[in-house]
Design a binder for this molecule. Structure first.
Ligand code: ZN
Length: 329
C-alpha cells in the first residue's frame, strides 16, 4: 500500500470552495487538505470529512453550516478534507491506497502530518463525519466513554452510540484522553436526511461554549464484541447472484437485522467446500465457536446476537468485515 500524497495546508476559506462538490475537490485542492478558519473563540474544533471518498454527506452538511456563518464563525475550525482522490472517483478508497480511517495509530501517510499540524492546538472537540455503508440507523461511534465524548454523542440526534475498540487505528482514537472525539455515521449517502443531520449536529456543536458532559444513560449504547469475516481465500457472494461457484453463499437479507437482536439459530448463509465465516474478537482471537455454528452446511448464530454494520459491499467486506457483533452496554 502506498502512502497518500502530502497534506496541503490552507489558512482561511478559499473563495468558491463551498460551491465545490466532493467529486471536484481534487481538481481544486489537488491533495488532502487541512483548512484553518478563524472564529471568535480560539479553541478549535477539528472536523474531518471524506476520509472515505464516497461518503459525501459530511462535506455537504459542513458547507451548509459554513455558508450560514460566512460573516463570522463562533470559533476556530480545523477542517480536514480527506481522500479527495477517492472522492473524485466516487469510491471509499482507491486501489493501492491506504484506508484514510486506518492511518492514525500508529500514524502513517497524511496521518503523521495532520497530527503534527494540530499537536499544539487546544482542541475543543474532534468530529469525524462518515456515511453508513450498509443499512444501519445513524449512530455515533465512540472510541472512549469519557464524559466529553459521550457529551458530543448527545448532541447528535440519533440517540444511539457504539463503542468501537477495534480497529483502534481510527482518527478519533488518536485524540483519546486529549479532546472529546466521536465519529458520526450519518446514514447512507442516498438518505435525504444525512446532510441535514450533519448540519444540525455541527450547528449545535458550534453553539456550545464547551462540550457538555454526557452520561451513559443518555444514549442507547452498544459495544462491539467481534467482527465477522469470510476467509481471505474464500469466494463469497450473496444468495441468488451466481452462487454456483461460491464457497460461501451469504444472506443479503441479514442487512435488515442491523442493530436488532437475532435469536440463536438465525441463518447467515451456506458454507461450502470446507469454508465458513470466521469471528475475531477485539484482540483478534478466533472466537467463531462462541457466536456461529455450522449445521448441515448452514451457518447459524450459536447464541442470541446483535449484528451491526452488516454490508453487502464486497470491497468493504474484504477491507473491513462482513459485520460487527455487538452487546448493549
Ligand atoms: Zn466511513
Amino acid at each position: 500500500m502506498t502512502a497518500a500524497t502530502a497534506l496541503r495546508r490552507i489558512e482561511g476559506l478559499p473563495p468558491g470552495l463551498l460551491d465545490v462538490a466532493a467529486s471536484a475537490l481534487n481538481d481544486w485542492l489537488g491533495a488532502p487538505t487541512l483548512l484553518r478558519l478563524k472564529g471568535r473563540e480560539r479553541a478549535p474544533i477539528l472536523i474531518s470529512v471524506l476520509l472515505h471518498g464516497n461518503e459525501t454527506s459530511g462535506w455537504d452538511g459542513l458547507r451548509q453550516v459554513l455558508r450560514r456563518h460566512a460573516a463570522a464563525l463562533p470559533r476556530d475550525l480545523l477542517i480536514l478534507i480527506g481522500n479527495v482522490e477517492a472522492a473524485a472517483a466516487g469510491v471509499r478508497t482507491l486501489p493501492g491506497q491506504m484506508d484514510f480511517n486506518r492511518i492514525w495509530r500508529p500514524a502513517s501517510g497524511i496521518g503523521i502530518e495532520v497530527l503534527a499540524g494540530v499537536a499544539d492546538e487546544p482542541l475543543l472537540a474532534v468530529v469525524d463525519l462518515h456515511n453508513n455503508t450498509g443499512k444501519n440507523p445513524p449512530y455515533a461511534v465512540l472510541t472512549d466513554l469519557s464524559p466529553g465524548s459521550l457529551g458530543l454523542a448527545c448532541l447528535y440526534d440519533s440517540g444511539v452510540g457504539v463503542l468501537v475498540e477495534e480497529p483502534d487505528t481510527v482518527l478519533t482514537r488518536a485524540f483519546a484522553g486529549r479532546a472529546p472525539s466521536i465519529a458520526l455515521e450519518l446514514g447512507p449517502v442516498a438518505d435525504a436526511e444525512a446532510v441535514p443531520r450533519a448540519a444540525r449536529f455541527l450547528d449545535r456543536l458550534l453553539a456550545v461554549g464547551e462540550v457538555p458532559a454526557g452520561h451513559m444513560d443518555d444514549l442507547r449504547l452498544f459495544r462491539t464484541l467481534a467482527r465477522v469475516h469470510p476467509p481471505a481465500d474464500a469466494a463469497f457472494g450473496f444468495a441468488g447472484v451466481g452462487e454456483g461457484d461460491l464457497d460461501l453463499v451469504l444472506d443479503a437479507g441479514m442487512e435488515a437485522s442491523n442493530f436488532r437482536a437475532l435469536p440463536a439459530g438465525a441463518e447467515f448463509g451456506v458454507a461450502r467446500n470446507g469454508f465458513s465465516l470466521r469471528v475475531l474478537d477485539n484482540q483478534h482471537r478466533d472466537v467463531t465457536d462462541r457466536f456461529l455454528k455450522v449445521r448441515d452446511r448452514r451457518i447459524l448464530a450459536a447464541a442470541p446476537l446483535i449484528p451491526a454494520m452488516y454490508t453487502t459491499d464486497e470491497n468493504v467486506i474484504r477491507q473491513d468485515c462482513l459485520c460487527y457483533l455487538m452487546a448493549p452496554i
